[in-house]
Write a protein that binds this ligand. Sequence first.
Ligand SMILES: Cc1ncc(COP(=O)(O)O)c(C=O)c1O
Length: 455
Amino acid sequence: MTVLDTRPDDAYANDRAHVFHSWSVQGAITPAVITKAEGSWFWTADGTKYLDFSSQLVNMNIGHQHPKLVAAIQEYAAKLCTVAPSFANDARSEAARLIVEAANTDCTPAHFTKVFFTNGGAEATENAVRMARLHTGRFKILNHYRSYHGATNGSITLTGDPRRWPSEPGMPGVVKFWGPYPYRSAFYAENEAEECQRALAHLDNVLMVEGAQTVAAIIVETVVGTNGILVPPDGYLQGLRDRCDRHGIVLIFDEVMAGFGRCGEWLAYQHWGVAPDLVCFAKGVNSGYLPVGGVILSDAVAETFQTRQYPGGLTYSGHPLACASAVASINIFREEGIVEHARTLGTDVIAPGLEKLMANHPSVGDVRGLGVFWAIELVRNRATREPLVPYNATGADAAPMNEFAAACKSKGLWPFTHFNRTHVVPPCTASVDEVETGLAILDEALTVADAYVTG
Ligand SMILES: Cc1ncc(COP(=O)(O)O)c(C=O)c1O
């Protein structure tokens, strides 16, 4: 018997008996068994077909089971499944070359030179911080409250959202500050320009009292993902760059969710033409067909480790099969114009579609995003902006969002919800028809949220 002979009922029973799930009360979950997936769709064991408006965990940028990517993995698996990281390997070398090339898009002269491969996003942020500390000889790391950077000891300390709380105190030396969020400004700003200017003034104050000369790195999600699809106002990333240059601080952009097509660019920072010193990536680089992530190093940071040992490593750093899938994925992105398609889906289909939803539904307080990376923020009252559910709501408090998600699922759409938001994050390869189908389902499901509107 092979795993392909396993019946869905057994898959479910063995899951409940033996699989320990992330972020879950183990006894309270009933995971759907997925039996098949293709493009923007997946099927559960009872035969229900869902439009994947979550791209799983916002990683399935190329869509499910892309035939060329599956074939490339099969082909390379037959050649060489794995070798230790100390050897050179064709798949790893080519993946590094292509990733550096993607990172250098629009950078003249080339700014990035090397890639340190990890198994995913958390290890990428952990290692980026380690590199920044060694490069600068400093200790402190500054980052945003509204953020997610992973769940290992260091990366969960970087994480600003409540998932950090049970793991505190975590890694020493991390200091949080407020980033821009025009819809719920921490600075009482009334427009994007004011938000940008005040957020940077706030950071200047934090740098002053922390001692800018003690700060190794500022790490931010280029576009904040799970915590709200917070697109930085024009000028904000450049403001971070200027401050890092002024104080000798390493600028790290976490592009684990925002990168590789999601924002309609190879890497999201290309939208603003601001390059960091280190880039963290994972997810979209190969759509998670195999686990891989990493840190892209600028020449200046890479140089530090030309004559000095890098004190970090992983058995599967640069795993050949995972790297072969990244090579294939990047080549498919190029051949099929997927980055450009994602950009156009954003400007021509999702942006106008969400404006219509906002016009139709009093529960929609704000819509924002770019590429295929959008949030619909749900409120009880547009005037006061009271969120549909409280921050970090659970149980009965979270009921309105749970009902909204259930309504989406009952109509065949698998949503990505977080707090009082639903994110519109289908695969970058979704067709115009598929996105419009999804928006039509959201249009119906939003009546559930409208019922809670009081203002
Ligand atoms: C911005 C960001 N950074 C880091 C991570 C952690 O990645 P992983 O789950 O692969 O460890 C995530 C995961 O969602 C993320 O969105």
